[in-house]
Design a protein around this ligand. Structure first.
Ligand code: GLC
Length: 724
């Protein structure tokens, strides 16, 4: 039965309207119940079907209008079954991985009474000092947009009224990932052109996908805090893009307008935020207290704006089917991971692993591990269960056994020796010395190290993104024994690895892979799974290089590797081959470029790209998008084992009225190929793919020559394309 929203709105009092525009979380269930009885329209709720049904019953049966509740929770990469973190999912270069997480999360969450998740986080970021990179899809706006759309589709399914869907929430609008110095909640100041090209785009794509809500960001942007940014919240999001969902403030984000210094007190902050386009205030002083007393009087807020906000809330509740079915079937509630969802999470985890290094420098590649021999497994992640990553609720199903157990099961013929080797944080050397002694008795050492999830995520910016504690020392000391070393790097972000990377033979980056992490990592180490992930966010050589990202501009003095040979007295500043132009954009104390570039990733096999065609290789601007070019390439598995390759399509605009990036990602495909097998991949390029923002208002194309480059990190082929 469709509800007549206009009729309902016309019958609502001022207090009842304000009650719909607030979400709070309260530890005391009795207080939560009292607020709902007083007219609160949305709550945060740790999922329990019985508890949410009780709140819904109060809302529906004990209030005058019986309007059901929105019940929200941060289900970011899993509810009970924890999937790899979103940054890990981006490393899969497979939107299906993101979608499968969202589907499983929605099923688990809705069955527990949650109908609104504060996910996906779609903030593009180029600064791994920012702890929240773990929650997003990395540095590339094209990759992040595709994954954002996949998550929205996964959460929302074919309709929000289905019992297995939840309303999604694109966050944090906007440019939160551009915080100066990577310091969380810090100032952002960005040109309109870059705002359009990089930071708004993932939200535009998510809105186009039908995202039900958007969350305002904590940061100020060009001096205007986002919670009071009418031009973007209303002007761009609601008017220009036609977004008809609701905008929710972030936790106390409205109240923090006082801290930003743009509101004298919280009443003014609330007025500013709602007038700017925030529809639902999260936290802060209650708009309506448990006695139903409103904080603001009708004269303090535009009635029209309040009615619009209430309409958006009621519309979402109707889309969710809550007026017809406010209660969930408690018999369907899952309270832990099921075997089926574990299998899905395992498959996702396996696809996120990136083989960063597998150097045959000392005779042979050390991965996959041999099935026999004596192997020392050391480092805090040898036994740690901390693989779930940031943004996991206390009721998530815990990891039952660590990597040591998983490897013993995966490679039973190996004579395993397991040592701590180093703590996550303790810089002491005792455990290192112990591990070094035991390394001398081993044929090979696996060092499982990394960044524990408690220093990843919100409010976890790090000024130094090396391995914490004595873990680097552990690697250096074990490597100094001369025993071959394989590193398993468990992390929420790209790390600086310079003080050990050249001393080890192989490195597997596993991110925080979630519930099935140890088994997935063990399978990748044994070779049963051939790693196919790729780096979704550049690994810098030093914090001083940040921001560093693949689609940077050329600059007027691009560094060249084949430049002049430096005079001897400056040779110490030379690049890897002691030859680069001195007066170019570089650091004189670092080799050129990042440690690992966007898209980097190795395999246990090899691939080759060939036969790139672009047909037609001339497009006409006035084709108005009707004109497309088919880009085709053959990829062959030239090795001896099956494996996945990730093929990336880049466009380079040689000359334009605005300085262009050296390349822009415009397509990607992950393809599984048997040893010796090949496939012909095709991408469709439209004129729209050649567009760029000339400033903050004009998105244009310009005729000229473009270079189409297809690369899988190992091989690269290019072809010109002309736009007339
Ligand atoms: C946090 C985060 C936001 C989250 C919200 C509710 O501060 O910024 O991403 O959804 O609070 O938990």
């Amino acid at each position: 039965m469709a509800v007549d929203i206009e009729d309902l709105l016309s019958r609502m009092s001022w207090e009842q309207k304000l009650g719909q525009l607030q979400i709070v979380w309260r530890k005391d269930p009795a207080e939560q119940r009292a607020l709902v009885k007083g007219g609160l329209g949305a709550v945060f709720w740790p999922p329990s079907a019985a508890a949410t049904n009780e709140l819904q019953r109060i809302a529906v049966e004990e209030t005058e209008l019986g309007i059901p509740l929105l019940i929200a929770l941060d289900v970011v990469h899993g509810q009970f079954t924890i999937f790899p973190t979103p940054l890990a999912q981006a490393a899969s270069f497979d939107p299906e991985v993101a979608r499968s997480d969202a589907r499983a999360s929605a099923e688990e969450a809705r069955a527990a009474g949650v109908n609104w998740t504060f996910s996906p986080m779609v903030d593009v970021t180029r600064d791994p000092r920012w702890g929240r990179v773990v929650e997003g899809f990395g540095e590339d706006v094209f990759l992040a947009s595709g994954l954002a759309a996949a998550k929205v589709a996964g959460y929302q399914g074919s309709g929000l009224a289905e019992e297995t869907t939840v309303a999604s929430c694109l966050k944090h609008f906007v440019a939160y990932g551009a915080a100066e110095a990577g310091r969380d909640y810090n100032t952002t100041d960005i040109s309109e052109r870059r705002l359009r090209e990089t930071y708004l785009e993932t939200f535009r794509v998510g809105v186009e996908q039908g995202a039900a809500s958007v969350m305002a960001a904590f940061n100020s942007l060009n001096g205007r805090p986002m919670h009071a940014n009418r031009r973007l919240l209303t002007g761009v999001l609601k008017e220009e893009w036609g977004f008809d969902g609701l905008v929710v403030g972030d936790a106390d984000g409205v109240a923090q307008l006082v801290d930003h210094g743009v509101a004298a007190d919280e009443r003014e902050a609330i007025r500013l935020a709602i007038e700017a386009g925030v529809d639902v205030v999260m936290g802060g002083t209650l708009l309506v207290d448990a006695e139903g007393t409103p904080l603001l009087s009708p004269g303090e807020l535009s009635q029209e704006r309040v009615d619009d906000a209430v309409r958006r809330v009621l519309r979402l509740k109707e889309r969710l089917g809550l007026f017809d079915r406010p209660f969930v079937d408690e018999s369907r509630e899952a309270t832990a991971a099921t075997a089926e969802r574990r299998a899905t999470a395992r498959g996702a985890a396996e696809r996120c692993i990136v083989l960063l290094k597998n150097d045959p420098g000392r005779g042979r590649e050390r991965l996959p591990l041999p099935p026999r021999g004596r192997i020392l497994l050391a480092g805090p992640y040898a036994r740690s269960l901390d693989h779930l990553g940031a943004w996991v609720q206390r009721f998530a199903t815990p990891v039952a056994a660590g990597l040591a157990d998983a490897l013993a099961a995966e490679l039973p013929g190996v004579d395993w020796d397991v040592a701590e080797g180093a703590d996550f944080f303790d810089p002491s050397e005792e455990a290192v010395a112990e591990a070094v002694e035991r390394a001398r008795e081993a044929d090979l050492v696996v060092l499982a190290v990394g960044e524990p999830s408690r220093i990843s995520g919100e409010a976890s910016s790090r000024s130094d993104i090396a391995l914490p504690g004595a873990q680097s020392r552990l690697i250096q000391a074990v490597a100094a024994t001369g025993v071959p070393v394989v590193v398993v790097l468990v992390t929420g972000r790209p790390l600086v690895v310079e003080d050990w990377i050249d001393r080890v033979d192989s490195v597997l980056c596993t991110w925080h892979l979630g519930l099935e992490a140890p088994a997935a990592i063990a399978a990748a180490l044994s070779g049963r799974v051939n790693p196919g992930g790729r780096v979704p966010m550049t690994f810098p050589r030093a914090v001083g290089q940040i921001p560093i990202y693949h689609d940077h501009e050329r600059t007027g003095r691009p560094p060249q590797l084949d430049g002049m040979v430096l005079p001897d007295e400056q040779a110490e500043f030379a690049g890897p081959n002691n030859t680069f132009d001195y007066y170019t954009s570089k650091f004189i104390d670092l080799p050129l470029g990042p440690r690992f570039d966007f898209g980097h990733g190795l395999s246990y096999t090899t691939f080759e790209l060939s036969d790139l065609t672009v047909s037609p290789d001339r497009l006409r601007e006035q084709d108005d998008g009707a004109g497309t070019a088919e880009v085709s390439v053959t990829v062959r598995n030239t090795g001896t084992v099956d494996g996945d390759d990730v093929v990336l399509l880049f466009v380079t605009d040689a000359v334009a009225s605005v300085a262009q990036p050296v390349r822009r990602l415009r397509g990607y495909r992950r393809v599984a190929l048997p040893a010796g097998g090949s496939a012909r991949l095709s991408f469709t390029l439209a004129v729209d793919d050649l567009c760029f923002w000339a400033d903050g208002t004009h998105r244009i194309t310009e005729p000229g020559e473009f270079s189409i480059t297809v690369s899988d990190g190992a091989s690269t082929v290019s072809h010109p394309l002309f736009l007339a």
